[in-house]
Design a protein around this ligand. Structure first.
Ligand SMILES: Cc1cc2nc3c(=O)[nH]c(=O)nc-3n(C[C@H](O)[C@H](O)[C@H](O)COP(=O)(O)OP(=O)(O)OC[C@H]3O[C@@H](n4cnc5c(N)ncnc54)[C@H](O)[C@@H]3O)c2cc1C
Length: 503
């Protein structure tokens, strides 16, 4: 282990964020939650009271319960699917409040909810109608795909009298002994719904860890992209086939409204803003530097880059418009504090895409989405800080070392000396800014390396570690190994800032 320099500068140079800023942030967070939960409450309310006779209507018999649950799960899966889209629409104001990694976790769990609810909808609806129509489940489903539907869907959707005066929700001609209108053609919405559900299941299966590991990221992403198709197809099922919506034009308008709102956000923030920024900032690669074995830095220069509002510690999604790169975008943190004229990234060869980075020609046009990330200086220089970098996780840490003031120390963990990047730059920053940077070198799979950055070792390296805000960045394996050690070294959860190099 090497200590490159050691000094401290006075604490308390900047003030903690004011109470007004904190109150503003809380207000935005509460407003977002109110919006999400308010819509959810409206949907459940409508399901209960908007069609038929409230819950009593759905609870009248077992088949009605099934159909009622089928409808509720349809609304909820549709709503959660829209939230899913919005969660990854990369809305800057949401990202700033929540953080990209947390949004990605929410996206994952919300995705589970969408698929389970969609399958529950299919199962409950087909089973419920099958019971009402006196069919087997598969026969009922086949009928929907192939048999003519009632001529006037609105009329068919109204509650018709079943045997013994019981409500019957079937929309199939002649079902429940009721009086359906004359038939015309099969349900188009069932076909689109079937394709959409199949696509959702495909996305779900390819996202399972065991399957995902076997796919290249590009293939996984291409399949994942189909979720947008599935959600679009659901529109053609829900709007023409959803009984509740057919009988209530206001409710139909509401659904179309939230659907269009989600589509608009995606269009704006995933397509329009990056496209406009490409022309606005005119970013191009102006320098390619080989930093060491398998590590390349790219400098990207453009007009008025200060207007991006980038902070040290943040990352962008980068797309390079050159052969072999244009079709995919990857997340990389900036490895220098932004100066308003250029941005630098430093990339380690970890796979098929990053292996080719040294070949990107000077002058290549660059499209970015971002900046993203809350792994930034919180301005609380009255708190002491410890920065921990693992391997290529040094990139945002190096940028932060340029801007953080107060009592800052850093640990740089690498498996071998060959993995050290920016040794000269760190030496300089350390000297100029009076920051102690300690290198922790060793292979964790060997007996000598096993205890590096253990709780005891951390306390030896940084005796006042429990009094510090800790910023840690690196590959997932390293983060998962070190974060528990930091906690055991008495670093509280609220003082931990984590950036994982995986989404
Ligand atoms: C917020 C963040 C910041 C990062 N900053 C840096 C950095 O400064 N320097 C650096 O060298 N690496 C950084 N990475 C990691 C880098 O994005 C991956 O190493 C790189 O995308 C691997 O691509 P590949 O095709 O060469 O490797 P592959 O072998 O194809 O992929 C390896 C793994 O990288 C991830 N990955 C691949 N492609 C993408 C993509 N398009 N979008 C999201 N994840 C993907 C997947 O988890 C995949 O399993 C960062 C990652 C994140 C999430």
């Amino acid at each position: 282990m090497t200590d490159s320099a050691h000094a401290t500068i006075p604490v308390g140079l900047t003030r903690p964020p004011g109470t007004a800023a904190r109150a503003g942030s809380l207000a935005v967070t509460l407003a977002l939650w109110a919006f999400v939960l308010g819509n959810l409450a409206a949907i459940i309310y409508f399901w209960q009271y908007g069609y038929g006779d409230g819950l009593a209507y759905h609870w009248h018999s077992f088949d009605n319960v099934l159909v009622g649950m089928g409808r509720l799960t349809a609304f909820l899966s549709g709503y959660f699917a829209l939230i899913e889209v919005v969660l990854l629409a990369r809305l800057p104001f949401v990202e700033r409040k929540v953080g990209f990694d947390k949004l990605t976790i929410w996206h994952r769990w919300n995705g589970h909810a969408v698929i389970y609810l969609a399958l529950a909808h299919v199962f409950c609806t087909v089973w419920g109608y099958a019971k009402q129509d006196g069919n087997g489940i598969l026969t009922e489903y086949w009928n929907w795909l192939t048999l003519p539907q009632p001529k006037a869907p609105g009329a068919a959707a109204a509650v018709v009298g079943g045997a013994g005066g019981a409500p019957c929700l079937s929309v199939l001609p002649g079902a429940c002994g009721g009086s359906h209108a004359a038939a015309t053609s099969p349900y188009p919405g069932i076909i689109t719904a079937t394709i959409g559900t199949f696509l959702l299941v495909l996305v779900f299966v390819t996202s399972l860890v065991v399957v995902k590991r076997k796919l290249s990221y590009e293939w996984w992403y291409a399949v994942h992209f189909m979720a947008y198709g599935a959600i679009a197809l659901a529109w053609f099922h829900m709007i023409p086939d959803g009984n509740d919506l057919i009988v209530s034009p206001g409710w139909q308008d509401y659904w179309m409204g939230i659907w269009c709102f989600a589509a608009l956000l995606v269009f704006l923030f995933r397509l329009l803003v990056p496209a406009v920024n490409t022309f606005r900032f005119g970013m191009r690669v102006t320098e390619v530097t080989h930093e060491g074995p398998g590590v390349v830095s790219l400098r990207v220069t453009g007009r008025n880059l200060g207007r991006l509002g980038t902070k040290a510690g943040q990352f962008f999604f980068w797309r390079f418009l050159t052969k072999g790169f244009w079709y995919t975008q990857h997340p990389f943190s900036i490895s220098e504090a932004p100066d308003g004229t250029s941005l630098r990234i430093t990339v380690k060869d970890l796979g098929d895409h990053t292996a080719k980075f040294g070949q990107i020609p000077i002058g290549t046009r660059v499209v970015v989405e971002g900046p993203f990330g809350v792994f930034i200086d919180d301005g609380r220089a009255n708190r002491k800080r410890l920065l921990v970098a693992g391997g290529i996780g040094i990139t945002p840490v190096r940028a932060l070392l340029e801007v953080m003031t107060g009592d800052v120390v850093a640990l740089y963990r690498v498996a071998s000396n060959d993995d050290l990047v920016f040794a000269d730059e760190l030496e300089r920053i350390s000297r100029e800014r009076g920051i102690k940077v300690s290198y922790v070198v060793g292979d964790h799979t060997t007996p000598e390396g096993r205890d590096l950055l253990s709780p005891k070792h951390l306390q030896e390296l940084v005796p006042d570690i429990a009094e510090r805000d800790v910023y840690i960045c690196g590959p997932v394996g390293m983060i998962d190994a070190i974060v528990p050690n930091l906690r055991r070294a008495n670093v509280s959860r609220e003082h931990l800032h984590v950036e994982r190099f995986a989404l």
